[in-house]
Design a protein around this ligand. Structure first.
Ligand code: SF4
Ligand code: MG
Length: 323
């Protein structure tokens, strides 16, 4: 069974096609990383899942319930199905409330009166002392504030956590500890997680599966070992080539692939394959024909590229001569 099923999710803001047909499933208890450049639509996917945004097309199912167009009132029973942690803890915590009120809010919204015990337990779980409940969020460090956001997100024991760049606004010195905390909590509590990030080393550490997004669409998805080991889409290969590689030999053999131009505008995305304006191996067909996603390997490894054959073989843009 799945904690989340997205079917052909579409989110347009007027002419801006932020998300344009994303299909993705997350099994109960597993972690899927959603990666891609900023502006690719990752956060918009996350916000649609927790229904901060109402999708303009497609379906969002949480634990088998279609929540795509539910009203605020009818969403209430689904509060236990999903929570979100945002990138910037300073901006997502109400400064007028105490930490205890912030962390206990999800329970109060579910009509639970006494939240003192659960709040203390939630704070303990994220490594904060119970006294922190009396403090105000602005008295805390960035890392502590993000622990508070995580405590609030998990106090209702959600089946799915959406974590949108949970460490990228933090000092580098505390990023690893917050990431470790998330990994420990996920292992101990067993929630499913959509981990939105552009930090590929964090992905390798946390994720069971990886979905790669480009300009509002998924270009490749599959088990982590396949995406890191045998990436098939030229965009995935380029992303990986730019990430720090733990193996220095591999690093030397493979130069970073420079994609040149910035991400094209989602207002008028390129026709055919959306990546063709930056793809080092594009052919004529790529300019006009949209590549369909196809399964190319075990674990549901899928890719949308004309040049990848059904057994997953195709160009590797990291191995082009002269690069
Ligand atoms: Fe490159 Fe063409 Fe494949 Fe798109 S379909 S990634 S342009 S080779
Ligand atoms: Mg974002």
């Amino acid at each position: 069974m799945y904690a989340l099923e997205l079917e052909d999710l579409v989110m347009h803001f007027g002419p801006v096609r932020a998300v344009d047909g994303v299909s993705l499933r997350i099994r109960k208890g597993s972690v899927v990383a959603l990666v891609g450049e900023s502006g690719s639509g990752k956060s918009t996917v996350g916000r649609s899942i927790v229904r901060l945004l109402e999708p303009t097309g497609g379906t969002v199912r949480l634990a088998d319930a279609d929540i795509t167009h539910l009203s605020r009132r009818r969403l209430r029973p689904h509060r236990r199905d999903v929570s979100i942690v945002f990138q910037d803890p300073a901006g997502s915590l109400d400064p007028r409330l105490s930490v205890g009120d912030i962390v206990g809010e999800p329970l109060r919204l579910m009509r639970q009166r006494d939240t003192t015990g659960p709040v203390a337990e939630a704070l303990r779980r994220v490594g904060l002392r119970p006294e922190v409940a009396q403090r105000s969020p602005h008295e805390l460090s960035g890392g502590q504030r993000q622990r508070v956001s995580i405590a609030r997100a998990l106090i209702s024991s959600p089946a799915l956590l959406v974590a949108d760049e949970p460490t990228s606004a933090l000092d580098v010195s505390v990023q690893a500890s917050v990431l470790n905390l998330l990994a420990d909590l996920q292992r101990d509590l067993g929630f499913a997680c959509l981990f939105i990030t552009h930090d590929l080393s964090a992905v390798e550490y946390l994720a069971d599966e990886v979905a790669v997004m480009y300009l509002g669409q998924l270009v490749e998805q599959g088990p982590r070992e396949r995406i890191f080991g045998v990436p098939a889409h030229p965009y995935t290969q380029a992303l990986l080539s730019a990430a720090p590689v733990p193996n220095p030999v591999a690093q030397r053999a493979r130069q970073p692939v420079l994609l040149g131009d910035d991400l094209p505008s989602p207002i008028d995305p390129p026709p055919g394959c959306r990546f063709h304006t930056r793809c080092p191996v594009a052919v004529e067909k790529c300019r006009t024909v949209v590549p369909e996603a196809r399964v190319i390997g075990e674990g549901g490894h899928q890719v949308a590229c004309h040049l990848v054959s059904d057994d997953g073989t195709g160009p590797d843009v990291r191995e082009r001569p002269g690069r």
